[in-house]
Design a protein around this ligand. Structure first.
Ligand code: NAP
Length: 336
């Protein structure tokens, strides 16, 4: 079977190589992948920004869907031929988050999915949601579940409330779709007017070009009658946090999940204190939350927005496309 590996950091070092077919050990399964989706994290992993001490060579990518092609000893709840989707924090099944779970994330330190076949713990997959194809299922594990946790688990979003989500990447477009289905009103930002028009077609109630309006918090506050929004899906990181805080209502929640502008640096916490805002740190979500979200997606007939598709052989081009921020929603890479 073929798998991508990189022996040095940088997209230019990704190579498609012949590798031995992995065999499942007790408690594990092998999945013949049909589609994978890209996340900003994959770029950080391949370029070394995620972990400069990562043992190399390594296989990147975290999110995929396919058919179970073998099961190890003792596996009873998954069978050969099942259509499954991967679960990113593979050790986090249910209950509160624990520190050890961070070492169980797929696409490093656990298995990378840029391969034709991958071996995973049996508990690290879920059935493909009803009516979804493999490409649609592959978009869910990180982006959709992160948006769900930001809005529902941490944001406690209710119908009639307001949401602000930043940019038009994978997490943000899922946040827009889910928040609308929950009955909320949604503001979204982008550097592109053309992408903002697509957001309005998906139901966005307010759109702001953050290039044209560096003080985009003002536009968002105006839209809420001066108060600010109930929940912010903070995809930006340290460079956008202060503006996001100023766009949040008193007692509102900032679901802090993004790293697009970096994680370290200076910010202004004044609104956090003065407005008693709650910041909730997010690392994707549990398998139980994933199952709950899938039922919600099916019930509300939400279809993932796949902006671009690439064949498996063009993974490097797909990652370069993500890096150039030309995409809208998710990028999917498919096996023929
Ligand atoms: N903590 C977690 O569990 C978790 C989970 C998933 C993702 N994340 C993080 O969340 C962020 C988004 O992930 P993703 O996979 O959805 O990314 P993505 O698909 O690569 O989306 C990137 C998009 O964000 C927008 N953007 C870039 N810089 C921006 C800025 N300064 N202000 C506002 N928007 C900006 C751009 O959209 P426009 O072209 O429309 O401007 C860009 O296309 C990343 O930092 C990722 O690492 C964290």
């Amino acid at each position: 079977m073929r798998a991508y590996r990189f022996a040095s950091f940088g997209l230019e070092h990704l190579r498609l190589e012949d590798r031995p077919r992995p065999e499942p050990r007790p408690g594990e399964i092998r999945v013949a992948l049909r589609a994978v989706s890209l996340n900003y994290r994959d770029l950080m992993v391949v370029t070394g920004a995620y972990n400069p001490r990562l043992p190399l060579p390594a296989t990147p990518l975290s999110d995929g869907a396919g058919m179970v092609s073998a099961v190890g000893e003792g596996v009873t709840d998954v069978a050969v031929g099942d259509r499954v989707v991967s679960h990113f924090v593979s050790g986090w099944i249910d209950g509160p988050y624990r520190a050890a779970y961070v070492n169980t994330t797929l696409g490093l330190p656990a298995a990378g999915l840029a391969a034709e076949e991958v071996v995973l713990p049996a508990a690290a997959v879920l059935p493909v949601p009803e009516g979804y194809d493999f490409a649609e299922a592959a978009t869910l594990p990180i982006a959709a579940l992160t948006a769900w946790n930001a809005l529902v688990t941490e944001g406690h979003l209710e119908a009639g409330q307001t949401v602000l989500t930043l940019g038009t990447g994978g997490v943000s477009i899922f946040a827009l779709q889910m928040a609308k289905a929950l009955g909320a009103r949604v503001a979204i930002t982008s550097a592109s007017d053309e992408k903002l028009a697509r957001c309005r077609a998906l139901g966005a109630d307010a759109t702001v070009n953050y290039r044209e309006h560096p003080a985009w918090d003002r536009k968002v506050r105006e839209w809420t009658g001066g108060d600010g929004v109930d929940v912010v899906v903070e995809n930006g990181g340290i460079g956008t946090l202060a503006t996001s805080l100023r766009a949040t209502r008193a007692g509102g929640t900032v679901a802090m999940l993004g790293a697009l502008t970096g994680l370290a640096g200076e910010t202004n916490l004044a609104p956090l204190l003065m407005m008693r805002i709650r910041i909730a740190g997010i690392l994707v979500g549990s398998r139980a939350a994933f199952a709950e979200m899938n039922a919600f997606l099916v019930r509300h007939r939400i279809r993932p927005v796949i902006g671009d598709r690439f064949p498996f052989e063009r993974l490097t081009d797909a990652l370069a496309h993500l890096q150039a921020q030309k995409h809208f929603g998710k990028i999917v890479v498919e096996h023929r």
